[in-house]
Design a protein around this ligand. Structure first.
Ligand code: NCD
Ligand code: ZN
Length: 352
């Protein structure tokens, strides 16, 4: 198969940041995807409906006029989240979901939740009003090995939340282990999971390939090969609980290539090509539309996009870097290399 036409995909997990960075990265996502779930881990975090509405305007202003793109906003949960503001924001169509960052688990998670017991009232309100909970599924306990943090989160946090809030809908974001895939499957009537391209493409060896590779560092961190295999099986199997979420997470190059480099892989420009590479390797291109364009909307109770996009098997160079300002840039997944799937010419405006 050298050509694939599918409904326009959505990206159920992106980081746009703000300011110059946002202006640089939004067009990449907006040109390829119909909608995106926008993460709220800004400085300061998006914690109220008012902040989310203003942030949505900033994203709209940076969206190219010819792109048909809708940002879907999320609320950053803290120990002090006001359930009434969250529910009102959801009613008004400002908040699509709310995100649980365990305090200090990842980039800008310092205001995250210190103990899930502190947000039981908020989770109860979300359960009652059908607001999905999105989780960064890692514990931060220093005694727990960084490669085990997802598994331990499932035991210590996810299982009890599932039990206490039996109707709460949950997306376990960017799953990285077989344990993540399994708990989502077991609860598929009300759980979903996003899977990133990097966790399908690489195992943890990629972090040390010939030396230390800061651009391969993201959270949750890449895992062992057996987990990559389990994630591939989940992504390509046609199971509706698994859907596309790139977790494209831009950080300026000098902040990644540093003493204490930031976590996050910037993948937006090559996102769809990267997933297509995986589905082709697995001989599963016929299942790509489900993963990219159908399962996510079904979980969120939204219609799939009407428009179609076509990709062709044609290699294209990926720029080594993308400028953000005169003297700062981003390094992209596959930067300086190639992708083997590209948008068909008639789909003007797509990246690559
Ligand atoms: C994300 C970021 O940079 O905001 N980083 C990452 O490694 N994925 C945060 C996150 O989603 O964990
Ligand atoms: Zn993320």
């Amino acid at each position: 198969m050298d050509r694939i036409t599918i409904r326009r995909p959505d990206d159920w997990h992106v980081h746009f940041r703000s300011g110059a960075m946002l202006k640089t990265v939004v067009p990449f996502t907006a040109r390829q995807f119909g909608r995106a779930i926008v993460m709220p881990n800004l400085v300061p975090p998006i914690t109220t409906a008012k902040m989310a509405a203003a942030y949505r305007e900033e994203i709209r202003a940076a969206t190219p006029a010819d792109a048909d793109f809708t940002p879907l906003m999320t609320c950053y949960l803290t120990d002090d989240t006001d359930p009434a503001d969250l529910v009102a924001g959801h009613r008004k169509g400002i908040f699509t979901a709310a995100k649980l960052y365990p305090a200090h688990a990842t980039t800008n998670a310092q205001h995250g939740v210190t103990d899930v017991a502190k947000i039981h009232r908020v989770l109860g309100a979300m359960e009652e009003h059908g607001i999905p909970l999105l989780t960064h599924g890692e514990v931060t306990d220093a005694a727990v090995d960084v490669f085990d943090r997802e598994r331990v989160f499932i035991e210590r946090v996810m299982e009890p939340v599932l039990e206490r809030f039996p109707a709460l809908r949950i997306v376990m974001e960017h799953i990285t282990t077989s344990h993540g895939a399994e708990i989502v499957r077991r609860n598929k009537t009300r759980m979903g999971a996003t899977i990133t391209p990097q966790h399908l493409l690489f195992n943890r060896n990629a972090l040390f390939q010939g030396g230390l590779r800061p651009h391969m560092y993201c959270l949750p961190i890449l895992k062992r090969e057996e987990h990559r295999r389990a994630l591939r099986k989940a992504a390509i199997g046609g199971e509706t609980c698994f859907f596309l979420g790139t977790d494209t997470a831009p950080h300026l190059r000098h902040l990644k290539e540093a003493d204490c480099g930031c976590a996050g892989v910037f993948s937006a420009p090559v996102a769809i090509s990267a997933y297509l590479h995986v589905f082709e390797e697995e001989n599963a291109l016929d299942r790509f539309e489900g993963f990219a364009s159908l399962h996510g909307p079904a979980f969120y109770g939204l219609p799939p996009n009407e428009k179609k996009v076509t990709f062709v098997r044609k290699s294209a160079d990926v720029p080594k870097e993308f400028a953000v300002s005169k003297d700062s840039e981003l390094i992209c997944l596959f930067g300086g290399g190639q992708v083997d799937w590209s948008p068909a010419r008639e789909d003007k405006g797509l990246v690559a």
